[in-house]
Design a protein around this ligand. Structure first.
Ligand code: BGC
Length: 764
């Protein structure tokens, strides 16, 4: 029995296309899109999909294999640290005496199948025409979710016609000089980064069988193998390779030993053992996080794709890294971490995979000193996180870029986009709400909340009007720079300070020793806390008390009004259409800003003011970021406008799944994928987290007949089923102590033998 065959046969019999993502055919110009869409990752290793090499075709971009945390400034021209690609371990060449085997493949036969349930990529292709050999090729690859150092590849050839000598060579791709070779042995290679003091080790084993009989390689070098034989009709050839990849400090003398140990453990398990454990790990992730939508197959497929990538992006075992804006699937944004993680991803992890959420927040705790240094350098107190963060937490936003008109532009986000500190605090608080992880709060969470609160209290300065102002920032809408009193920033700052005060009170009451330790180490006393209280009340919000409308920043409403409907057919962002200067002078918003505030802090929009703000800002938004529509969708769903929200859902899903977005070659848009989950759970299911329990206020779009999902809450596991047709909400406690659930504003206590079943209001 061979592995690739088994998998493909199983998949064919499975018959549920919602677990499979499939593309057939091959077009060079679309290859980088496929490479992104079919990327696989386990939070430590990431391999882009697409297998042009097997087809003997040119590659659109070099193959990419990423190792989380392998940051460096590899050349003197590198302005900021970037995730350097590691040598591609999937490389093979299959050669006839006069050139590549797949010289004239039947391109229409190339099929890529991402089996999301099993976390594996399968590629099939066939060569029939004008070639000495007629061949059917099938390959499988995975990076193990069970043992994250391990990658595995199987390539199967069926010789269907012709006789020819054939060579099968396997090795590693080049490193493009981004890594310095350190060590090369038959089963192991190691490199180090040029400047950042990291090293990388890869140990590998490979074998080739012809008709079930293992062949010895005719040549064997450092992680390279070559086999030669005469291929004949009917032959079945199976190549298998396992790699173990480890990342180290450059000084770690055990780098190679660890990779070898991981490889030995994997080899002991064997191919099927590795696959079985990997599948079991995926099965557990899907058990905790799958969402089932009935009535809207496209939404179902989009959620599966999103959840697949979300589960593949995090590594609960490594607090030295966080999830980058393109996860481990592409070069864009250089592997840097943004607010994307805390605002768009952490909610998913906090409620389905708390261990991963905790580790991501520990990354922010580990980088707290860098955030304190940034604040101090800029003249403030507390912690100002890096807008773009790599391994150390130092600010790594590049200072300049080339604009669409080829002019050099300054990037000011690294110094001015400061809401990141409140975003990190928001995620800490959400994780705390969802999991009541007291050890985390005392070890790390409280200090983050206090230091970010302290930053805002020092950042917002009192002025003659009796208010505190935050001047010279960039809000989520990055089209407008150096603005004063950005509503998103200021209201989040108020909220952050209030949570700092809450946590100080909680520590004092429940863990006075921890409070004393922290108060001493942070030099935080009553007089300072009193000032925070005053700051939380007096930071300007820009909210008009008469209408409830927030002004996005001071002066925004006086800017030129532009009718975005007139540009509905545009294929480029609004700042390209209007030019940078005019955009800056206009009421044209890059992405949800006040609307993002509405999505995150609905309590800051009492009465009808949520709708008023949404209706005001939605027509002014050009959605120049993939993060924008999901926030609009979330806010719309919460406002009770599920059909409008569904439009945002499908347009956001299209970013990575349809070929309408310009930038997919650079990697998946993990924040938008997290946003799809947010829309489904916080939006359509209407989940909100409170100190006293969970609340549901479901509002499904008409086409969604049902929505089923699971969440974890303070050590419990719940199954939630919303039946849109029969208008029923059912919440079942599958594990843990009784708890309170609110539905339609009424509190219910549920227990393992006592689910909540309520009728939903007809207009709900
Ligand atoms: C967006 C930011 C986002 C970044 C990375 C930018 O285009 O404006 O909000 O954090 O991309 O996804």
């Amino acid at each position: 029995m061979n592995l690739a065959g088994t998998l493909a046969e199983d998949m064919a019999s499975e018959g549920d296309p919602t677990w499979l993502l499939r593309e057939t055919g091959y077009e060079l110009l679309r290859e980088s899109t496929f490479e992104t869409r079919f990327a696989i990752s386990n939070g430590f290793l990431g391999v882009r999909g697409g297998l042009a090499a097997h087809l003997g075709a040119c590659r659109a971009i070099p193959p990419r294999f990423y190792v989380a945390g392998l940051f460096d400034t590899p050349t003197p021209d590198s302005v900021v640290p970037e995730l350097v690609p590691a040598p591609d371990w999937t490389q093979v060449s299959i050669l006839l005496p006069d050139g590549p085997l797949m010289r004239c493949p039947d391109r229409s036969s190339r099929a890529l199948t991402l089996d999301m349930r099993r976390g594996a990529l399968v590629m099939e292709a066939r060569q029939t025409c004008n070639a000495p050999l007629e061949v059917r090729l099938r390959s499988l690859r995975l990076v193990s979710l069970d043992a994250r150092a391990i990658g595995m590849q199987v390539i199967e050839l069926r010789i269907e016609g012709g006789v020819s000598d054939l060579a099968f060579e396997a090795g590693l791709g080049p490193t493009d000089f981004e890594l310095a070779p350190e060590r090369a042995e038959l089963d192991l290679k190691a490199w180090r980064t040029w400047r950042s003091g990291r090293s990388l080790a890869i140990a590998a084993a490979a074998s080739l069988e012809v008709d079930g009989v293992e062949r010895q390689p005719v040549a064997r070098g450092d992680l390279t193998w070559a086999w030669r034989w005469t291929a004949q009709p009917g032959q079945a050839v199976t190549f298998r390779r396992i790699v173990a990849v480890t990342r180290h400090h450059a000084t770690d003398v055990n780098a190679g030993a660890r990779a070898r140990r991981e490889l030995a453990a994997a080899r002991t398990l064997g191919w099927r053992g590795i696959l079985a454990r990997h599948e079991a790990a995926w099965a557990e992730r899907w058990r905790c996080s799958d969402i089932r939508v009935t009535g809207d197959p496209a939404a179902q497929a989009a959620l599966r794709f999103a959840i697949f990538h979300l589960n593949g992006a995090a590594n609960p075992d490594d607090p030295h890294v966080s999830v980058a804006a393109r996860a481990l699937t592409g070069d864009d944004y250089r592997g840097h971490v943004f607010w994307d993680t805390e605002i768009f991803l952490v909610p998913f992890y906090a409620l389905t995979w708390p261990e991963a959420a905790r580790t991501l927040l520990m990354y922010r705790f580990r980088t707290l000193d860098a955030a304190r240094e940034k604040a101090a350098r800029m003249g403030w107190r507390g912690a100002l996180y890096a807008w773009e963060s790599a391994d150390t937490g130092a600010e790594v936003t590049p200072h300049q870029t080339v604009g669409p008109d080829r002019k050099i532009l300054d990037i000011l986000c690294g110094s001015q986009e400061q809401h990141i500190s409140a975003d990190v605090a928001y995620a800490v608080w959400q994780y705390w709400q969802a999991n009541e992880d007291e050890a985390f709060l005392q070890e790390a969470g409280a200090e983050i909340l206090l230091e970010t609160a302290r930053f805002w209290a020092s950042r917002a300065t009192g002025e003659a009007d009796g208010l505190r102002h935050i001047r010279g920032v960039i809000g989520p809408d990055e089209y407008h720079e150096r603005v004063d009193d950005n509503a998103f920033t200021n209201v989040m700052a108020r909220w952050n300070i209030a949570r700092g005060l809450d946590i100080a009170a909680l520590l004092r009451e429940r863990w006075p020793d921890t409070w004393e330790r922290l108060a001493r180490s942070l030099d935080l006393g009553e007089p300072e806390l009193a000032k925070w209280g005053e700051a939380a009340e007096t930071i300007a919000t820009g909210r008009d008390p008469a209408t409830g409308l927030y002004e996005q920043f001071a002066g925004f409403l006086a800017l030129e009004a532009v009718d975005l409907n007139a540009f509905a057919e545009r294929s480029v962002p609004m700042d390209v259409v209007l030019g940078r200067e005019r955009t800056q002078r206009a009421q044209v918003i890059k992405q949800a800003d006040v609307v993002a505030l509405l999505a995150l802090l609905p309590e800051a929009f009492p009465g009808t003011s949520g709708g008023i703000n949404f209706d005001h800002y939605e027509p002014r938004c050009g959605h120049g970021s993939s993060l924008s529509r999901v926030m609009h969708g979330l806010a719309a769903a919460r406002l009770g406008r599920p059909e409008a929200a569904l439009g945002y859902f499908h347009r956001s899903a299209a970013i990575d799944l349809a070929d309408t977005h310009v930038a997919i070659g650079g990697g998946i848009h993990i924040a938008a994928l997290g946003g799809l989950w947010l829309m489904a759970i916080f939006g359509f299911a209407g989940l909100s987290l409170g100190a006293n329990g969970l609340a549901f206020d479901p509002r499904l779009p008409a086409s969604w007949h049902g929505l089923d999902f699971r969440i974890r809450w303070r050590g419990r596991e719940l199954a939630v089923a919303i039946d849109g047709k029969n208008r029923e909400l059912r919440v079942t406690l599958d594990r843990g102590d009784p708890m309170t659930v609110f539905a339609g504003g009424t509190a219910f206590v549920i227990a393992m033998d006592n689910p909540l079943v309520v009728r939903l209001p007809v207009d709900g």
